[in-house]
Write a protein of this length. Structure first.
Length: 559
């Protein structure tokens, strides 16, 4: 084998030994050795290869695959600006703790800083967003055994860093791979043998076991509210169960695992009623995951009358209000409720607010985006996957839907961008293997139209993308820019109408598409299976007025 082919073959072999089962490739010349090695691994049946024509789509597809599976997923690019298109997904993986591997092919060092074609300074490109980065040396002939040990060690270290095996802090890693010509193999490539082999047992070159630190349950203590934000599904579910046993109310965001039947429905609406909060204020708030969706939740965490304790298993923890009095690895509580009446008051209030929300949604004319969020959640079968766009849809689900612990709910809430959401949902759906629905706004959908393109032979997901189409950036109508004082410039600068028929757009990219105009049409549209796009036309201003009405209704029933 020539040196470039040898590095590529050893790299892919060690990735598979380390647990990689999916890989994503965007086409290019400099990355050809690794792309061909991935294709050979797929033919051998040891991994599944996904190919996308642009790097941003490829990176968010890999993000979705890694997030849904929990396994590290590499995404391969050629050199130059192609590597820059991974940056948004790397940033999301950093904050969300997703094991994404950026494999960036590069020109050899002698071509850097010379003006050579398609050459930039790639080492360190992603800065502090990666858990670890390595500028792997150029492969050379005549050093087979030494290079084999080095390459396999580097790949193992990258996987251990990405999965957080020792740190408890998973996240993205970059391996920068400079190649000299020849890039393509010299004829048929023989199986790895002799100096190119890995461990005899088929395992990784370097393995690790996390230290088993015993963790005691958090003590009962005072009246306690659990605030569960975006985070690991298993952790959230464990805390939801423990809090229920202890009689602690749980205000959970949909994408954190704690959003179960025991969670408080519409917790953000309850916390948005000051008089009710004054009468039922917790003495302690335990934060699990990373809460980011709700201003009333943020206000509670910043309240000096409340003790905030943050649970984390990694060296990173959320504390946007700089209020955490304790950071702990404590396990969920055990034992019977210490103040059952206080917990029951939260449950009763949530029930009353939920009834008011349902009456208002069902009395509003047409199928609003708010009702769509509630009804999509209710219509999904047990075990389904739900991927939420990071703008209005995730907030509507958070405030209005009945929490369900029998769904897997994901959202790119690490840095909360709308880019790459279609590709993330496709990647997650391909791993999930069952019914999957993505709910996202029209601008989020348009931002990643390229994600709908799947080439010949690529697996197509059982995914239904539901798009409330309010012809632009409707979330701004519910925020300060939507106030009458800014009406003159609102439509152009914030509303940003696109004026496109999204059914026709989806069909033009090869997806089945339908339009839904009434609530009773939604179940049939969702039951059709994917790949499919369902479009519901809504109105920005009407949605903003409905958001105000929902907050007013919550205040009335809690008065």
């Amino acid at each position: 084998m020539n040196p470039s082919t040898a590095l590529a073959r050893v790299l892919v072999d060690e990735l598979v030994r380390g647990g990689v089962r999916d890989a994503v490739v965007a086409p290019g010349s400099r990355s050809a050795p690794v792309a061909l090695a991935f294709a050979a691994a797929e033919r051998a049946g040891v991994l599944r290869l996904h190919v996308r024509i642009d790097e941003r789509t490829a990176s968010f597809l890999a993000l979705g695959l890694a997030r849904a599976s929990g396994r590290p997923v590499p995404v391969l690019t050629t050199s130059g600006t192609a590597t820059a298109h991974l940056h948004a997904a790397v940033l999301e993986a950093d904050v969300s703790g997703v094991p994404l591997l950026a494999l960036t092919a590069d020109r050899p060092p002698e071509l850097r800083s010379t003006g050579a074609n398609q050459t930039i300074e790639q080492p360190g490109l992603y800065g502090g967003a990666v858990r670890w980065a390595a500028d792997v040396g150029v492969p050379e002939a005549g050093r087979e055994a030494a290079q084999n040990r080095y390459w396999r060690s580097v790949v193992s270290r990258a996987l251990l860093a990405a999965t957080g095996a020792l740190s408890g802090d998973p996240g993205p890693v970059q391996l920068n791979l400079p190649f000299r010509d020849p890039l393509l193999p010299d004829g048929e490539v023989a199986p790895l043998a002799g100096p190119w082999t890995g461990r005899d047992d088929g395992g990784p070159w370097t393995a690790a076991s996390a230290p088993g630190t015993p963790v005691d349950p958090l003590p009962e203590g005072p009246r306690t509210l659990v605030v569960a934000g975006d985070g690991a599904t298993a952790t959230g579910r464990a805390w939801a169960a423990g809090a229920a046993a202890a009689g602690w109310p749980v205000v959970a965001e949909p994408s954190g695992g704690a959003w179960s039947a025991d969670a408080v429905r519409g917790g953000a609406l309850l916390l948005g009623v000051p008089d009710w909060v004054d009468a039922h204020r917790p003495e302690r708030v335990v934060v699990v995951g990373r809460p980011t969706l709700s201003r009333p939740v943020s206000a509670l965490l910043a309240d000096p009358r409340v003790r905030v304790e943050t649970v984390t298993a990694t060296p990173r923890w959320p504390d946007a209000g700089r209020a955490s009095a304790l950071v702990t690895r404590a396990a969920p509580p055990v034992g019977p409720p210490s103040d059952a009446a206080w917990g029951a008051a939260w449950s009763g209030a949530a029930g009353r607010v939920g009834d008011a929300v349902d009456a208002l949604l069902e009395g509003a004319p047409g199928l609003t985006a708010a009702r769509l969020a509630r009804d999509v959640v209710a219509a999904l079968p047990a075990g389904a996957l739900l991927v939420l766009g990071s703008s209005t849809p995730v907030r509507d689900v958070d405030r209005l839907a009945v929490p369900r612990g029998d769904l897997t709910v994901l959202a790119n809430r690490g840095v909360a961008g709308i880019d790459g959401t279609v590709s993330t949902a496709i990647g997650a759906a391909l791993v999930h293997g069952g019914p999957a629905v993505a709910l996202m706004g029209d601008l989020t959908f348009l931002h990643d139209l390229q994600g709908l393109l799947t080439g010949d032979g690529e697996p197509r997901p059982d995914l239904t993308v539901v798009v409330p189409d309010n012809d632009g950036g409707g979330i701004f109508a519910q925020l300060e820019p939507g106030r009458p004082a800014y009406a003159r410039d609102y439509r152009r600068v914030f509303g940003t109408p696109h004026g496109r028929d999204l059914v026709a757009v989806a069909e033009g990219l090869g997806w089945a598409a339908t339009r839904v105009t009434a609530a009773d049409e939604l179940p049939a549209a969702l039951a059709g299976g994917g790949p499919r796009v369902v479009v519901v036309r809504t109105d920005q201003r009407a949605e903003a007025d409905l958001a105000v009405a929902l907050r007013d209704a919550a205040a009335r029933v809690l008065a």
